[in-house]
Design a protein around this ligand. Structure first.
Ligand code: GLN
Length: 282
């Protein structure tokens, strides 16, 4: 491989577990060679030399990456469920784990369903569902800068989505829904400081779930169960070891037929329950 790329690859391997792929993605951004082609040319030692400016831009990206910035912030984009979402510092980067929530939701959705996605962030959950199925999506996000990014993603991925800027803990939100779902902040406050360096670059407001990490589940279940239609489903992403407690909250709120789904790492990552037509006997 040519000398400049070689040196950058070495630098990147200090931080990245997949330096070749990351360099290819950065080269796509800074040099304009599509990442797949970059990897191929790399294999055959046929990469053209970048211009001085391109090399400078690429080096700057590698420096920031080695300095601990998440790749997706550098590229301004993150892949989620086969689509590219705009991301910037200040918004939680869509996670592969969250795709389990999408798969679970798709299992329940019917054409024409109304969906409420709380703590929307990039909008990756609701907008993906709106792009995958003919459903009506409402996205709720509180923070100004994140809300404008949500608007950008909605325009690209699900233009029909209704976007509400509101605080899910306190503001009134109207409507009734067949599905209410959320990936709220769920890290216990005391654990934030021990998160990996990458994660600590992300907004604390999207991570901090209060003392036991369950604050949002408690309040969202209490506030939003009444907006579920009959047979409607409430689904959450959750952190390690939280599914059981959240399931108990859903059942105490009168929902039935609980479901828990593991992610590819074996962690119970999704928890939900249904508002049943039948009267449940205690
Ligand atoms: N999945 C994120 C993490 O573990 C947390 C996201 C959240 O709190 N909703 O880094």
């Amino acid at each position: 491989m040519n000398h400049c790329y070689d040196a950058l690859l070495k630098r990147l391997s200090q931080t990245s577990s997949d330096p070749r792929r990351e360099l290819a993605l950065m080269a796509e951004y800074a040099v304009g060679i599509p990442a797949d082609r970059f990897l191929l040319l790399q294999l055959t030692d046929a990469l053209p030399l970048p211009s001085v400016e391109q090399e400078r831009a690429l080096c700057a990206l590698v420096d920031r990456r080695v300095g601990g910035e998440p790749l997706q912030y550098l590229l301004g984009a993150a892949d989620f469920y086969g689509r590219s979402f705009v991301v910037r510092p200040g918004v939680l980067i869509p996670r592969f784990d969250t795709e389990i929530l999408i798969d679970t939701a798709l299992h329940y959705l019917k054409q024409g369903d109304e969906i409420l996605d709380l703590c929307a962030g990039t909008g990756c959950i609701g907008l993906t569902l709106g792009a995958e199925r003919q459903v009506f999506v409402t996205e709720v996000e509180k923070f100004d800068d994140v809300f404008s990014l949500l608007r950008e993603n909605a325009a690209r991925i699900c233009p029909s989505a209704r976007l509400l800027q509101a605080d899910v803990l306190t503001d009134h939100i109207d409507g009734t829904y067949d599905m209410i779902l959320s990936n709220p902040p769920y890290i216990p406050s005391g654990e934030i400081s021990s998160l990996g360096a990458d994660v600590r670059q992300e907004p604390i407001t999207a991570l901090d779930g209060g003392e036991d990490g369950l604050l949002f589940y408690r309040i969202l279940i209490q506030r939003f169960v009444r907006l579920l239609k009959e047979d409607g489903v409430m689904l959450f992403e959750c952190g390690i070891g939280q599914a059981h407690s959240i399931e108990q909250m859903l059942l105490s709120a009168g929902l039935t037929n609980p479901v828990r789904v593991r992610d590819y790492g074996g962690v119970e990552r999704v928890v939900g329950a249904r508002k049943s037509r039948e009267v449940s006997h205690v």
